[in-house]
Design a protein around this ligand. Sequence first.
Ligand code: 3HC
Ligand code: NAI
Length: 707
Amino acid sequence: MVRYHINDGVAVIALDNPPVNALGISLRLQLFEEFGHALNNPEVVAIVITGAGRGFSGGGDINEFDTPALAQAPTLMTVFNQIERSHKPVVAAVHGNALGGGLELALACHARVCHTKTLVGLPEVHLGLVPGAGGTQRLPRLVGAELALNLVVQGKIVPASSLAESGLFDHLTEGSPVEDAIALAHQLSKDVRDGQPLKRTGERSVSLPNAQAFFAFARATVQVQTRGATAPQACVDCLEYSVTLPFQQALEKEFSTFWRLQGTHEFNALRHAFLAEKKCLEIENIDSAALPKEINDVVVVGAGTMGSGIAMSLANAGLQVTLVEREQSALDRGLTSISSTYESSLKKGRLSVDQIAKRKSLIKGSTNFDAVASADAVIEAVFEDINVKREVFNAVGKFARPGTLLATNTSMLDVDEIAQSCSEIENFLGLHFFSPAHVMKLLEIVKGEKTSSQSLATAMSLARRLGKTAVVSGVCEGFIGNRMLQPYLMQAGLLLDEGALPHQVDAAIEKWGFAMGPFRVSDMAGNDLGAKIRHDRLGKNPNLVYSRTFDAIVEMGRVGQKCGRGWYDYVPGQRAPQVSQEVTDAVLAESQRLGLQRRKISDEEIVDRLLLALVNEGAKILEEGIAQRASDIDVVYLAGYGFPRWRGGPMFSADQRGLKDVVATMQRFARAPIYQNAQVFWRPANLLVSLADKNLTFSAFQKSELS
Ligand code: 3HC
Ligand code: NAI
């Protein structure tokens, strides 16, 4: 786990714990021991600490938190104190990444040499933690309290080159950090011999005039920005200790804060989210010999909202794109919309003129399918109509080379039915992007009945290249995300009929942590789009219960933000929704039409009904094998639907609550005398009942257990 050799009087200690040199107990023990050897060896005049492999260190071992191993001696604090107090100079040689405990290790050294491209940061806050091994104390001592606060509270990961002027590094290099670190170690050793003291980070002080006002302002800002999460405030507290308390005492306070937080639901949820996003890359039952094909050249058919966004997403990742439309005018509209999106990124300072020119040069337009002949992949984003889509794939088939990846971006249609229009059905799958496709992280990879392992592997590798969070879904109406959204929306509507108003529903679920409530989301997506989906579903199953107010709103022309009127009114140029009396009247009229006595509905009931509607559908999706695992469902909701990350996702939050309680609450809703079809709606999924009976969780469930 740790390699040790002596290079011309300098002990070089390399962390060697693949894949990311996580600082678990075995590594800590060896590092402590080898460091001791270096200190005691009279031949060694200085020490360099580096990382073997791709990076310096990804930090504390996430799997070790909330287990006894975390507190097992030597702790990180002990190891880092030993390093800092060393009488021999210690230089960190950093490359690849130095994150969390990895950066804290470097901060404890007497000097840091770093490759310019190294990614550095203290991202603990994204795990619901504060840095727990000196990060909040040593970083402000090197870079100042303000920069440290920004980095720690936001958990930013940045290239070392962007911190060139910050004082964090003694030397940035494009060459070998180890070689430069050895040279610096010799220099420091000479300095010590010449009587100069070592620069110990902990011995510096943090100067911050008006500290009290600074931290008060930071607290107020964080409060507004973090939607109820507790770790960001704790980060501010710890940074304040760096100014108000002596170093050792502040270190202990930081550690006790870290210790307290790693026992919280918030930490468990955020760790779950982190691990779930790694796990969803694993495709079950895939032929391990199937290697992804390289995709460089893509045809996107349809230059509407989605096609244009997909084209930008591809070009932003450096792929060559041809947008294909039926008519020049539609193509021009698509290309103009792409240009204006890029222009607005320029105005906001997010992209430079050169970057935009490069990206635009990668996107060409055409009104025929010739470009398909040289494409590695074709992504279809035409109207949501099975016949139009099948015609497109018929045409594509006449030009495509054997082995071209063929994908549909349908949101609700049957992928297997569309696939029938392709001769190489094994190359066909769904790539369900979310709007706006160049921004939204989520991508559902929809595995058709005949989709080959290689096509899946190729789609996953493409997704990674685009920087998407991809989840594999089986074929069903709406796949994972939109399928679950339907019962959620049904409940939102029924809550209106029974006594709530749209802004109350939205406010309750937003207070719970959702980025946006169901009615604000509907206004953004377009209430007319939702109407089409509802009508299709009701056509297939007339027993579904949707509040009629959904249709009333559309009939009133309230199709959403795009026309300034939806569930809310919108003032031109402003995004903030205004409560609409007209909508309130429509809601009240519907309750009256149904003969329902409106009642006061608590926020708790609103949240429970919305969430459990998601959970029950998620359980069915898991049971049917549409999702590979419960954590994939969580990833879909975290990456695509504004579910609060610090609650881990719908399935995780149900596990935390206890599935027995979930079932009991659903049964209570089913018994309520109020509403049509409540018993049918709230019938718990078989899987949910069976897991609850056995005191098990969704996350422990494996599909094989079904049989
Ligand atoms: N502990 C344990 N395992 C870790 C880990 C960590 N800190 N960081 C990554 N891993 C694991 C991943 O889960 C993954 O496991 P898998 O192969 O079983 O799926 C494997 O290492 C490889 O990870 P990636 O696929 O993410 O590899 P990349 O090369 O794409 O990225 C990385 C590497 C940038 C280091 C990225 O993994 C990352 O961001 N890791 C988390 C960094 C982090 O949050 N560090 C803070 C930890 S908390 C801490 O240090 C507390 C301290 O203050 C006391
Ligand atoms: P849109 O109406 O904005 O764009 C469709 C485009 O396809 C139009 O420009 C049209 O001219 C073009 N087109 C139609 N027939 C064509 C043909 N034969 N050849 C070439 N071009 C043709 O629709 P939007 O919103 O972009 O949706 C496209 C697809 O993406 C649909 O299947 C939709 O369900 C799906 N989708 C939409 C999302 C959204 O939020 N809008 C989200 C995820 C998926």
